[in-house]
Design a protein around this ligand. Structure first.
Ligand code: 3PG
Ligand code: MG
Length: 395
């Protein structure tokens, strides 16, 4: 999709409204992971370099249109200033006089952070009046919040209709990586999809079988597919009412020439507990009183061989119960292989979505993938083949 970038806008002395996603994890008032703050630095820096005055629009949590003091963005100003390396001022409103005055008074070289847009009901309803009130604060609009682009909200969608708009650097990078991974990839393309439930990833699987050459299914979701093939899965986490759906996906994949890879062997235990006694068995041999908690070494070899032949991989979701050792073994081994091939320049590796980043961090390889998305839900919707309203509005 063609869209403007900040290179296409004249930003000299302009008030630049920048939608960012700094919906970061916090504990006891402290930010525990600054990845999303670091990710917007190139955009803020480039705007400042071009003489623009960045005014940041952001949400935090889900206050549902009310002022919820614990969801104020005020505590994020200091860590943000530290991360960006520039002074960050905070306005306790995102529209109206207070916000407008703060925007007017903004010093060159400084950044203004406005209060949580979701304190207003008009944000989530994408109310044109609220979008206009936001738009009054700026001369141009830059969207750098790919990870909130699946929301058609006033600050992610509506506002783009009222101001000259462009994608920020992070938005550009996210879209570029996703484009290279699925829309226009070097083949073969392998997708790895894990996680608990088939039911939450139906659309995603349906889209991926149209796009990729091999689809590796792992995690709890693989159990449903194994059960559908008529294998005993014991006490494993699975959705037994989804077995027909699983078979249908297999049939459709075959018709499209997409190979589905389920675990050839499994690691089972009597319960999910660190250090529990485990057995490694063929995938059709789970004892009735055991549960499948990871893919086995044969599966790892098979997946890694696919990686070696692939040019592109897209990864969403772990292959096993990776938070509990030793059920992190398959995820870690395959993630390391992908990182190694990426290092060698043989593979484009793109990953994203909730647990995935945690799993890659656990394996110690997140920074060796070609691209790790900052997005959870938006990454999933994109894998589902959906148009993201925040992206569409930039077109
Ligand atoms: C996220 O953290 O996934 C984004 O900031 C979007 O948040 P939301 O799911 O509350 O819309
Ligand atoms: Mg979310």
């Amino acid at each position: 999709m063609a869209f403007r970038t900040i290179d296409d806008l004249d930003l000299e002395a302009k008030r630049v409204l920048v939608r960012v996603d700094i919906n970061v994890p916090m504990q006891d008032g402290k930010v525990t992971d600054r990845t999303r703050m670091e990710a917007i630095r190139p955009t803020v820096r480039d705007i400042l370099d071009k003489g623009g005055r960045p005014i940041l629009l952001a949400h935090f949590g889900r206050p549902k249109g009310k002022i919820v003091p614990e969801m104020s963005l005020a505590p994020l100003a200091a860590p943000l200033a530290e991360t960006l390396g520039v002074p960050v001022e905070f306005a306790p409103e995102c529209i109206g006089e207070v916000a407008e005055q703060a925007a007017e008074a903004l010093q060159p070289g400084h950044v203004l952070l406005l209060e949580n847009t979701r304190f207003h009901p008009g944000e989530e309803t994408n109310d044109p009046e609220f979008a206009n009130a936001l738009a009054r604060l700026g001369d141009v609009y830059v969207n750098d919040a790919f990870s909130a682009a699946h929301r058609a909200h006033a600050s992610t969608e509506g506002i783009a209709h009222g101001l000259p708009s462009a994608a920020g650097r992070l938005m550009q990078a996210e879209l570029g990586a996703l484009e290279n991974a699925l829309s226009n990839p070097q083949r073969p393309v392998v997708a790895v999809v894990g996680g608990a439930k088939v039911s939450t990833k139906l659309e995603l699987l349906g889209n991926l079988i149209l796009k990729v050459d091999q689809l590796v299914i792992g995690g709890g979701m693989a159990n449903t597919f194994l059960a559908a093939r008529g294998f005993e899965i014991g006490k494993s986490l699975a959705e037994r009412d989804m077995t027909d759906t699983a078979l249908e996906i297999e049939t459709r994949a075959k018709a499209r020439g997409c190979r589905i890879i389920l675990p050839a062997d499994i690691v089972v235990a009597s319960e999910l507990r660190a250090g529990v006694e485990t057995s490694t068995l063929p995938a059709d041999s789970c004892p009735p009183d055991a549960m499948i908690l990871d893919a086995g070494p044969k599966s790892v070899t098979e997946i890694n061989t696919l990686f070696e032949r692939a040019r592109t991989i897209v990864w969403n979701g772990p292959l096993g119960a990776f938070e509990t050792s030793p059920f992190d073994a398959a995820t870690t081994a395959c993630a390391r292989k992908a990182a190694e091939l990426t290092d060698e320049g043989k593979l484009l590796s793109v990953a994203g979505g909730g647990d995935t980043v945690a799993a890659l961090n656990h394996a110690g390889v997140a920074d060796r993938f070609s691209y790790v998305s900052t997005a959870g839900g938006a990454f999933l919707e994109w894998l589902e083949g959906k148009e993201l309203p925040g992206v569409v509005a930039l077109g």
